[in-house]
Design a protein around this ligand. Structure first.
Ligand SMILES: [Zn+2]
Ligand SMILES: [Zn+2]
Length: 96
């Protein structure tokens, strides 16, 4: 893990890489319901780019494929620890 990362203190996992995901992806950690998993183009060396669910992807596309106030409000981007991110990614990818 490089020093370029920002860190977050997770009450479950301790000090971890800070990651950003939409609120629906966080919700999946609570209810286990897969919502799809879409990611931004990762920076070199960053295996945990900003991510969002299928509903956010559709919202994003319906607004012309650009993030703006409306799509960002819909996504409600939330800070998540790297270990929670990995778990959320695994859960959300179970969508068929
Ligand atoms: Zn979402
Ligand atoms: Zn965590």
């Amino acid at each position: 893990m490089s020093d370029e990362y920002k860190f977050v203190e997770c009450c479950t996992h301790g000090k971890q890489q800070a990651t950003y995901v939409c609120q629906h992806i966080v919700q999946t950690l609570k209810d286990g319901k897969p919502r799809g998993f879409w990611s931004a183009e990762p920076e070199p060396g960053d295996e945990r780019p900003d991510s969002w669910c299928t509903a956010c992807e559709e919202k994003f596309n319906s607004l012309g494929g650009e993030w703006n106030d409306e799509s960002e409000a819909f996504a409600g981007v939330t800070l998540l620890c790297g270990a929670c991110y990995d778990r959320a990614k695994e859960l959300n990818r179970k969508i068929s």
